[in-house]
Design a protein around this ligand. Structure first.
Ligand SMILES: C[S@@+](CC[C@H](N)C(=O)[O-])C[C@H]1O[C@@H](n2cnc3c(N)ncnc32)[C@H](O)[C@@H]1O
Length: 344
């Protein structure tokens, strides 16, 4: 009998991780719904104490606490084990974003994110047919989707937006800056500029239905007296030319697609003062389009949600910005990508 040497069978570890990727998200959502982080905000507690305080099932509570420990948000020590919010960067994220009374609480995102997640259920069929699920780049769908979405995503961008306003030395300005926040949503990218200096004035442009959301946030951050609003589609409304020191495009290019994005960048160039700067926030793929995972997945999300939407690579985005007339585009922040360029 001859022995055939067989290649060992590889276990499906990577496939497993991907297949069960929704479990951590659901566990985190459950922890916020059950107010686990609020219960542990001040003191460490054991599972029984947490369950009693929050009127939860003791067995489920212990299992959920362990799950949240495994995700890094909580730490566990002693016998019986006491749980506390981890004294790490991840624990700090829990304190900032997962406690309901925090101004940056992401609770509403769990609901909106889940709603958007439904778009993905039949991706295979959509790939076969070439048809997405919605077209948020069309006005009537945009006004249905964006008021809630713009509100829910505020916490995702605020920390980076603060960083951008600081890196552009907004707090040191000597003369007034006029900022155009185009497709402003909640105003998350311009509010930090207004917070950094009383010399900043902002025109926030978006559909009327979304401007209500911007008004809510500018009031919450006490900058509403320096905001004016331009309601409507950016293609149709009048915008002052050669007027703005800063023009912000926060997460709008990806839903417009390449050709309309080029048009929009040209429009930004016209309305900006010479010497003004463009701020573009986007999810950006590497030039080979092999990663990072999130922007590459986001491109599929745009396939499902828009007729033209896409994700640009850094090189592609810089090229489009230069083609519109801007000079020296550079990447300001490493993670959440913000590209800055100047009008000569
Ligand atoms: C993904 S949200 C981003 C909002 C905000 N800039 C942010 O980063 O959180 C896109 C925004 O663009 C607005 N928008 C989309 N198409 C638009 C258009 N043609 N004219 C004006 N606003 C538009 C939407 O209403 C929405 O508020």
């Amino acid at each position: 009998m001859t022995l055939v040497k067989q290649k060992p069978i590889v276990p499906p570890t990577h496939i497993n991780e991907i297949m069960y990727a929704m479990w951590p998200a659901q566990a985190l959502k459950a922890a916020t719904q059950c107010h686990i982080f609020e219960a542990l905000e001040k003191n460490a507690k054991d599972a029984k104490e947490v369950a009693k305080e929050l009127k939860l099932d003791p067995r489920g509570t212990e299992l959920l606490l362990d799950a949240i420990v495994s995700l890094g948000f909580l730490s566990k020590a002693g016998s019986p084990a006491k749980y506390s919010i981890a004294a790490t960067d991840i624990g700090e994220q829990a304190r900032t974003y997962l406690i309901a009374k925090s101004p940056l609480y992401v609770g509403p995102w769990f609901a909106s994110g889940e709603e958007l997640g439904k778009m993905w259920r039949n991706l295979g069929d959509n790939i076969k047919s070439g048809k997405g699920v919605m077209e948020v780049n069309k006005d009537h769908e945009a006004v249905d989707i964006f008021p809630k979405l713009a509100e829910a995503i505020f916490p995702m961008s605020y920390a980076t937006a603060k960083q951008v306003a600081t890196l552009l030395k907004t707090d040191k300005i000597k003369t007034e800056w006029l900022v155009l926040d185009l497709a402003a949503g909640s105003g998350v990218w311009s509010i930090p500029f207004a917070e950094a200096s009383p010399k900043v004035k902002v025109d926030a442009l978006d559909f009327d239905a979304v401007i209500k959301v911007a008004k809510h946030f500018t009031k919450k951050y006490a900058v509403e007296d320096r905001y004016a609003y331009i309601a409507g589609n950016w293609r149709d409304v009048q915008i002052k030319v050669n007027a703005y020191d800063i023009v912000i495009l926060g997460h709008i290019l990806h839903s417009e697609g390449k050709e309309v994005s080029k048009e929009l960048l040209k429009r930004c160039f016209e309305v900006m003062k010479p010497g003004g700067r463009l701020v573009v926030a986007e999810f950006i793929a590497n030039d080979e389009r092999t990663g990072p995972v999130f922007p590459i997945m986001f491109a599929l999300n745009m396939f499902l949600a828009t007729s033209e939407g896409c994700v640009f690579s850094e090189g592609e985005l810089k090229e489009m910005i230069e083609e519109a007339g801007f000079k020296k585009p550079y990447r300001l922040t490493p993670d959440h990508v913000v590209v800055i360029a100047e009008k000569p």
